[in-house]
Design a protein around this ligand. Structure first.
Ligand code: T5A
Length: 212
């Protein structure tokens, strides 16, 4: 694949504000004259959205961790084939609400799936494709769950205990330490305006650093 666009992802626990900040990033990039496609995982393609419904269905409690992980990568394969790769090849920038870091965090950090198994599937499904920049919106678990709870009824993941999300958050923070160039940490425990300011700063630094 000849990749001309850039691939930016937003990550964080439930209620971190990814959806809110995705609009901020999109607006900022469009102001610079960049063509942007926004999308999300799980989902982003017709079959991927059907898999998403299965994954989030609160009646699906007890799904095996392996099933969950394979469904996530199956949805990702569809997403890459039908949406992400074609856009990047055309020079469109792809802005994605969650990607494979979420699998490391939720399935690895939350469910305890072996990280090497995740890495194996990552290579198999994505080849060498990785995000160019990841904004990790970090905040205490209790605050994120409160925000998510005020917004809508809990889905299958949001029904997990707080301990699960502590594992998710810890794995996200470990990824930020492992890949400090790519994964940029944002303090998401402050007001929307303050988070947006940090997000715009990171995008500006990415563009200035040759991201374009
Ligand atoms: N999943 C996903 C995996 O387990 N493995 C994977 O590989 C992948 C890709 C997807 C679920 O799938 C799991 C993780 C998830 O559980 P989702 O809908 O994409 O679900 O993710 P959620 O985290 O559930 O999305 P949320 O909408 O809950 O969180 P957001 O997008 O981070 O937050 P947002 O912007 O919608 O904001 C939530 C609420 O908080 C307010 C907003 O107005 C909104 O009401 N808010 C703030 N309030 C105060 N201060 C701020 N700074 C605020 N920012 C936002």
């Amino acid at each position: 694949m000849k990749k001309k666009g850039r691939f930016i992802t937003l990550e964080g626990i439930e209620g971190a504000g990814k959806t809110t900040q995705l609009a901020v990033v999109r607006h900022y990039l469009e102001q610079q004259g960049i063509n942007v496609l926004t999308t999300r995982e799980p989902g982003g393609s017709p079959i991927g959205e059907r898999i998403r419904a299965l994954l989030l269905d609160p009646t699906g409690q007890g799904m095996a961790a392996t099933t969950e992980m394979l469904l996530l990568f199956a949805a990702r394969a569809e997403h890459l084939l039908h949406k992400i790769r074609p856009a990047l090849e055309q020079g469109t920038w792809v802005l994605c609400d969650r990607f494979t870091d979420a699998t490391y965090a939720y399935q690895g950090g939350g469910r305890g799936v072996d990280l090497e198994q995740i890495a194996m599937l990552e290579d198999y499904v994505q080849g060498p494709l990785r995000p160019d920049l990841t904004l990790l919106l970090d905040l205490p678990v209790a605050s994120g769950l409160t925000r998510a709870g005020e917004r809508s009824a809990p889905d299958r993941f949001e029904s997990e205990a707080e301990r699960f999300f502590e594992g998710v958050r810890a794995r996200y923070l470990a990824l930020a330490e492992l890949y400090p160039q790519r994964v940029r940490l944002i303090d998401a425990g402050v007001s929307v305006e303050q988070v947006s300011l940090q997000v715009r700063e990171q995008i500006a630094a990415f563009l200035a650093g040759g991201g374009r």
